[in-house]
Structures are given as C-alpha cells and as structure tokens.
Design a binder for this molecule. Structure first.
Ligand code: NDP
Length: 247
C-alpha cells in the first residue's frame, strides 16, 4: 500500500523554487516566462543563448550527471530546494528506421529520456525532504501516436509516461506529483525546420487547424504545477489541438 501523506494540503511556499530545463528558447522559454509572471523564483539549466528576464541561468548539459548535479547545487543555494521541476530539454534526430544509426538513437534517448531522469532524480531528493513537489515531463503527441522517421524520438517520449507513472506510485505518498504534458505541433525552431508541404499536411490533420504557440503548452504546465492540480498525478495531458485523440 502506498504511504499516506500527512500533508496533502500543505500549501506550497511562496514564491516557489522552480526549475525548467532549456529555458533559452521555444517551449521551455514560454514555461519559464509563465512562472516568472506568477512570481516564482525560476531557474534553468541551459546550454546556450539568452534567457527571459528574471530567470537564473546555470550552464549545464542534461547528458552529463555531474553537470546536472552541480547546476542543482548552485540553483538550490540561490533559490532553495526545487519544488517544481519541468523536464523540457529535448532534441530530434529524424531518420527512417533502416537508416537510423546507433548514434541517432542513443543521442535522442540520452537527452530526452535519460536527461529527464537525471534531472528529476536530483530534484526528488529535495522534494522528499520537503514532502512536496511537482514534476512535469514534456513528452509529445508522437510518443503514443507514432511518427514515421521518429522511432528514436517517439520511443524516448513514450518512455516518459512510464517514468511519470512509476514516480507517482513511488512518491505519491510524499506529496509529490508527476505528470506528462504531450504537446502536438508547436511553433518553435523544432517545427520550423519542417518542409512547408509537410507542415501543411500536419495542419490539415489537426482538428483545431493550426500549430500552437509555446505559451499554450506553458499554460498546461502551470496548471499541473499549481495547488489546483494537487490531486492530478500520473496523467498525460495533451496540448495538441485534438491531433492525438484516443491515445
Ligand atoms: P527547441 O529545439 O526550440 O528547444 C529545445 C531546448 O532543449 C533548447 O533550449 C535546447 O538548448 C535544449 N536542449 C537540447 N539538448 C540539451 C541538453 N543536452 N542539455 C540541456 N538543454 C538541452 O524545442 P522546443 O521548444 O520545440 O521543444 C521543447 C520540448 O518540447 C522538447 O522536449 C520537445 O521534444 C518537446 N516538444 C516539442 C514540440 C514542438 O512541436 N515544438 C511538440 C512536442 C514536444 P540549446 O538551445 O542549447 O540547443
């Protein structure tokens, strides 16, 4: 039986210590901006580029455990234990199955899956001590829907569901939730790389008839991290304009 939490309704501290990986651009940037606007103390582990105002940046790479752990130490010294962690950093290396190299596969798994693991494993230490925490993984509609040319990416994103649900069973009794946001097609550098004809084909397949803005994903993340979502855990929340209905 899961351990029963004695502080299910413990209010989060204000402002909270929030960590979003890869907040220099795209969806991660929009998520960080939302938490800053809400008054939280926001930090990021990032590799390059510039950051939104109000975000504490620590250079790091989610492929490297020592780098992740060192970044956490620095962030926690400045902001206190991380209460909300958003595992957002991700990459694609698209290729048809028969041409996909071991490196294409391993690289994508290392960033999207193992990188997320490294980040939430480190975050869980402080959350367990606090008896409170919110973990949000940024997966993808592709994880459960499938996508030609994305065997590596889809596998990495589907695995995040198993990770979130296992964390829910392991740490749910400690006041920690773990959820997955599964975006569809969002207007970022990742999708701007698509050829126009392919982009139009995707738009035609999306019931809402358009790509989304990064902030529309950030809104779902903000909800899952909020007190209002305290009884939501192990969920997969689609933000995909209806593309993946029936997952
Ligand atoms: P972008 O390509 O715009 O940004 C990816 C971010 O991840 C960048 O900040 C990048 O840093 C960071 N990153 C990549 N590798 C590492 C690493 N090893 N260590 C630290 N940071 C790293 O992508 P999006 O904003 O579109 O995607 C964000 C997340 O959302 C990803 O997980 C993606 O798979 C997911 N997603 C995106 C969708 C879309 O339609 N755009 C749809 C569904 C899911 P740097 O700038 O230094 O490269």
């Amino acid at each position: 039986m899961p351990e029963t939490s004695d502080n299910v309704n413990a209010p989060a501290s204000t402002p909270r210590s929030v960590l979003v990986t890869g907040a220099n651009r795209g969806i991660g940037r929009a998520i960080a901006e939302r938490f800053v606007a809400a008054g939280d103390k926001v930090a990021t582990i990032y590799r390059s580029g510039d950051l939104p105002d109000g975000v504490l940046g620590v250079k790091g790479d989610v492929r490297d455990t020592a780098s992740v752990d060192a970044a956490f130490t620095e962030i926690e010294a400045a902001h206190g234990p991380v209460e909300v962690v958003v595992a957002n950093a991700g990459i694609t290396r698209d290729q048809l199955l028969m041409r996909m190299t071991d490196e294409d596969f391993a690289e994508v798994l290392d960033v999207n899956l193992t990188g997320s693991f490294r980040v939430v494993r480190r975050a869980s230490k402080g959350m367990i001590r606090l008896r409170r925490g919110r973990i949000v993984f940024i997966s993808s509609v592709v994880g459960l829907y499938g996508s030609p040319g994305q065997v590596n990416y889809a596998a990495s994103k589907a695995a995040l569901v198993g990770m979130a649900r296992s964390i829910t069973r392991e740490l749910g009794g400690r006041g920690i939730t773990a959820n997955v946001v599964a975006p569809g097609f969002i207007d970022t550098d990742m999708t701007r790389a698509l050829p126009e004809a392919q982009r139009q084909a995707y738009v035609d397949a999306i019931p809402l008839g358009r790509f989304a803005e990064p902030d529309e994903v950030a809104a779902a993340v903000e909800f899952l991290a909020s007190d209002a979502a305290r009884y939501v855990s192990g969920a997969v929340v689609p933000v995909d304009g209806g593309l993946g209905m029936g997952h």
